[in-house]
Design a protein around this ligand. Structure first.
Ligand code: MRU
Length: 407
């Protein structure tokens, strides 16, 4: 299977003079809420299907280049997409599902071996359950149509229709999660003026809509109820600093960036009212796999009596994974820890970054950690919230969603 990728620059942002940086105070990385003209939601979608005369392509907003520049990555086949998924050009559980489905459609439309493409896509990253789900959904649509009509073209169209449907469902789920999450915040924190801590990136970049946890914070901002979004930088790949801060700035939210290890003192000084995070996989017992660093936040939240809320679509709940210990946690290369990479920095190390540890240093670099259900105050989905988090309550929510889908 051949592959190719191409870059299509949208526009470059001068980091020190970009619209997102206006209004910066003398506390670097600290933004005040802004409304009106200088508030610009991200206009370039995280993912879209295009059909130029040369043939169909999947266009991704390359997240490795943000926030320095908005550059689109054009995938002409599934192998290019696999590479984009591994390098985190496209990342975050819901959008990985959408990407996987479009990847199958792309392979079918371009006449590649669909099974081979589906296997490669599903195996590109192991933890986000949505990826395999999206791949299987488009693959099943392709198979069913081919069995019915024996027509490759129709089967490819069926795979594309399945991908588009998943994309649209995720957009709708995002809006419903935001509404449920906002209502839950209102219940848990009746005074308003929420100070919310978040980790990694869970906004429009990971979603067909406005995201998961970030969409709840955005809804609170729009309702005038967000006092501050505390943004964990999220080492080692800085999804918080690079992506969540970018999305918060673009939406005119009041946000402050902190290093992951500053969270403890922030809790201790009483500055956090709630933690909102997403999930890559939720096991049947309610254990939550999310970006590494989520579990320590859950422990801190429990100690400081702060609600720890997980926001995820039901596509992230995996009834086949019984418990947290059964979740496969992706291990990433050590150079992501021993080197600092930046889209703008000169390169030197084996991973293309600036070494920050002695040559040959071994690194422990799990991409995710697992939070047990007893530390999770609530899981918010598009079908509502469960609290306390139990296997029974989650199963009931999933069953309700199946009924909604069938009726
Ligand atoms: O390694 P990443 O950047 O793909 O990790 C993403 C996360 O951990 C997100 O928090 C998770 O996918 C939830 S996104 C709604």
């Amino acid at each position: 299977m051949g592959w190719s990728q191409g870059y299509r620059p949208r526009y470059a942002l001068d980091t020190f003079n970009c619209p997102a940086c206006t209004g910066q105070t003398d506390r670097m990385a600290d933004q005040q809420a802004r409304t009106g003209e200088d508030s610009k939601p991200t206009e370039t979608p995280a993912i879209r299907w295009e059909e130029p005369p040369e043939g169909p392509v999947l266009v991704l907003l390359d997240q490795t280049r943000l926030p320095a520049e908005e550059v689109e990555l054009v995938c002409t086949d599934a192998s290019a997409l696999v590479e984009a998924i591994r390098s985190l050009a496209v990342r975050g559980a819901p959008v990985l599902g959408i990407a996987g489905a479009y990847g199958v459609a792309l392979a079918a439309a371009r006449g590649f071996d669909v099974d081979e493409a589906a296997n490669a896509l599903a195996g590109a990253r192991p933890t986000a359950v949505n990826l395999g789900l999206g791949v299987r959904r488009a693959r099943a649509a392709h198979r069913a149509e081919f069995a019915r009509s024996g027509d490759e073209g129709r089967a490819a169209a069926a795979a594309l229709a399945a991908a588009r449907a998943l994309h649209e469902e995720d957009r709708a789920a995002s809006a419903r999660m935001a509404a449920h999450g906002l209502a839950l915040l209102g219940e848990l924190l009746p005074g308003g003026g929420h100070r919310i801590l978040t980790h990694c990136n869970t906004g429009a970049l990971v979603s067909g809509g406005e995201g998961t946890a970030f969409a709840v914070a955005l809804a609170a901002h729009r309702a005038g109820e967000l006092r501050r979004l505390w943004v964990d930088e999220t080492r080692p790949l800085l999804q918080g600093a690079r992506l969540t801060a970018y999305e918060a700035a673009r939406n005119g939210m009041a946000y402050t960036l902190l290093t992951d290890n500053a969270a403890g003192s922030l809790f201790a000084s009483g500055e956090v009212d709630a933690v909102l995070i997403g999930a890559d996989r939720i096991a049947a017992d309610g254990s939550v796999a999310n970006k590494v660093g989520s579990y320590p936040l859950a422990v801190l939240a429990r100690y400081h009596h702060v609600p720890f809320i997980v926001v995820a679509p039901l596509t992230t709940v995996d009834p086949q994974t019984p418990d947290g210990a059964s979740i496969e946690v992706e291990q990433r290369p050590g150079y992501e820890v021993t080197e600092i990479t930046s889209p703008q920095a000169a390169v030197a190390g084996a991973g293309g970054g600036i070494p920050v540890a002695p040559l040959g240093t071994q690194a422990y670099n799990p991409a995710f950690d697992v939070t047990p259900p007893e530390l999770v105050t609530a899981i918010v989905t598009e079908e509502g919230a469960v609290s306390p988090v139990t296997a029974e309550a989650l199963a009931e929510l999933c069953a309700r969603s199946r009924q909604v889908t069938i009726s």
